[in-house]
Ligand binder design. Sequence first.
Ligand code: NDP
Ligand code: 2IT
Length: 443
Amino acid sequence: MSYIDNVLSGVIARNPAQPEFIQAVDEVLNSLRPVIDANSKYQDLNLIERIVEPERQIIFRVPWVDDNGKVQVNRGYRVQFNSAIGPYKGGLRFHPSVNLGIIKFLGFEQIFKNSLTGLPIGGGKGGSDFDPKGKSDREVMAFCQSFMTELCKYIGADVDVPAGDIGVGGREIGFLYGQYKRITGLYEGVLTGKGLTYGGSLARTEATGFGLIYIVEEMLKNAGNSLEGKTVTISGSGNVALYACKKAQEKGAKVVTLSDSNGWIYDKNGIDFEAAREIKEVKRGRIKEYLEYHKDAEYHEGKGVWTVPCDVALPCATQNELNEEDAKTLVKNGCIAVGEGANMPSTKEAIDVFLESKILFAPAKAANAGGVATSALEMSQNSQRLSWTFEEVDAKLNGIMVNIYKEMADAAKEYGMENNFVAGANIAGFRKVADAMLAQGIV
Ligand code: NDP
Ligand code: 2IT
């Protein structure tokens, strides 16, 4: 059995009932085969066994009182996966589907994504099975305060810096920050995605979606193409989906879909960004309400965004939302490029379809890295006790995304897998972390 196969079977045996984590590890380790074969040092020092094991996993009780005076109990998680190149960095997800396996998959992906940004941030992720949907602001605050009362023991501006993810946006970050400060007495950059009045960075709200479009545009440019005049389908209608929609439109594309976990909308005239933003960010409503703004748009229950013919598809909702059949439909309908705004939105089989069909495919680790990259820029501004203009941050973000494209394309080429950006992103992200780990000894 090869070294990689051996490590993989160990991961499968040691992490039963964590299919998403195994899926994420399987993809990365398979990409690394040529790198391991060419560099015996990684195998000699069992580097791969070490990188698949989190440095620390924290699981805690989160009790809080709901609006009926009833005590509720949720489970909180923080997985501090790898600190070789910087303090742990990664979002918090509040969603009923959250479990340890999901947080570990996200934390594992975060290691390589953060490395690709070129900034000094390690990999971590956290969250809870708490569902913010339908809760009052007071309930969300009660939950966040209880969550932070425990989490604050393990984080810090130079230790571990959480941020948002699904179900965690500006409101939640505010409540979490207030409680951290209250307990520790520290006014420090311990969270990113903060409000602009208390240490947040301009352009962090937009960053993941904007960054996705910057890298997709760069990928198209290198293939002699552009977003101008293209039809784009987007899934999701949260933070990433909305700002991907906005920037795609600024680049001259026509975005025709958005979705949520109930259904999806199709607007042949192009999505009205301001209407969608108001529904989601102001009213915290459902995407179905878009019909109240545009009666001639269509709403369909369930899944279906990927049946709409498009030039560019951007999955921006959640893991495994795009399967083999969806991928085949997209390719059959003439899709030329896919950019993953969500984390691991395409199944393994779907990725195989994209790679075999030779369409342009920007994998999540590279394509959605703009969010965490801008979080790292927020950390820099907090350390400097300065704030940069929107234009400054946005220009840095653009530069980072163009550089990530180059890194993944160059690494793929170096190993004879031209245009396989899945392998390229994994290899480029891995090397920096692996070499830092080797330099730091057996840790
Ligand atoms: P939000 O909570 O703002 O939005 C999530 C969107 O995805 C909502 O439209 C939601 O619909 C939908 N969604 C969530 N879970 C499911 C599900 N199980 N099935 C169908 N739809 C679902 O989150 P974000 O926009 O921040 O995150 C979206 C994705 O992007 C996630 O994969 C996240 O990990 C990733 N990401 C986020 C970054 C960030 O900076 N925010 C950075 C990098 C990646 P509904 O309201 O019905 O639940
Ligand atoms: O998946 C991700 O990269 C995020 N949710 C953003 C993490 C961050 O620290 O900004």
